[in-house]
Design a protein around this ligand. Structure first.
Ligand code: SF4
Ligand code: SF4
Length: 192
């Protein structure tokens, strides 16, 4: 899952005022780029550290079309800049899932403050609106719930993470398409 998702990440570049990539290249490390034979967790060979992309004019379409959530969200301040936060936020599934893709060298970066408290607030809202907040460290996923961080193990492309709210409970199911089976887990829903 640690690949740039061209379809879900592309949209016309409506960037938040004052936001640009600048010296950040975090997505050029976290994601694998098939066209460049770069692997997740390894810096793309075209990164010029502190400056950005060394082949900016000819970079592949998947790079041109990726705009992380920090660039788009005016409410996320400089502390959320990916090169500082050590994770990249993006949305997929038509905005129903927020992904926290962590720098492989800093796998617990998302648990630091002020990030973790904010993620728990987002998880609370997600539980009410049929949305998901998922941390990816390479292909390992953690579903962030209001009162729990649920380790889902390896999630491959095509696998489904299904979160159903029934009354005061969230029911979590992982449907693994390559194995044709489902693993169901339960979690208490927020009291608030
Ligand atoms: S992580 Fe975001 S801000 Fe950083 S280089 Fe990628 S798109 Fe730009
Ligand atoms: S080609 Fe440029 S934008 Fe694309 S991953 Fe490499 S350094 Fe980043």
């Amino acid at each position: 899952m640690t690949t740039m998702n061209e379809e879900d990440s592309y949209s016309p570049p409506e960037l938040a005022p004052g936001k640009d990539c600048g010296s950040c290249s975090m997505c050029c490390k976290i994601f694998g780029i098939a066209e460049l034979d770069s692997r997740p967790g390894e810096w793309c060979r075209h990164v010029v550290h502190g400056k950005g992309c060394g082949i900016h004019e000819t970079r592949p379409p998947v790079c041109r079309r990726f705009f992380c959530h920090w660039l788009r969200n005016p409410n996320l301040g400089p502390e959320w800049r990916p090169e500082k936060a050590k994770f990249v936020l993006y949305t997929e599934l038509g905005g129903r899932r927020m992904v926290i893709a962590v720098d492989q060298s800093n796998p617990t970066a998302w648990k630091r403050e002020p990030y973790y408290s904010q993620f728990k607030q987002w998880a609370l809202m997600a539980a009410d609106t049929n949305r998901q907040l998922v941390v990816f460290h390479n292909d390992n996923a953690v579903l962030v719930l209001p009162h729990e961080d649920m380790d889902l193990g390896i999630i491959n492309l095509g696998d489904e993470i299904i979160v159903d709210r029934k009354g005061m409970h969230l029911h979590v199911t992982v449907r693994r398409h390559n194995r044709g089976d489902s693993v169901a887990q339960g979690s208490h829903a927020p009291e608030t």
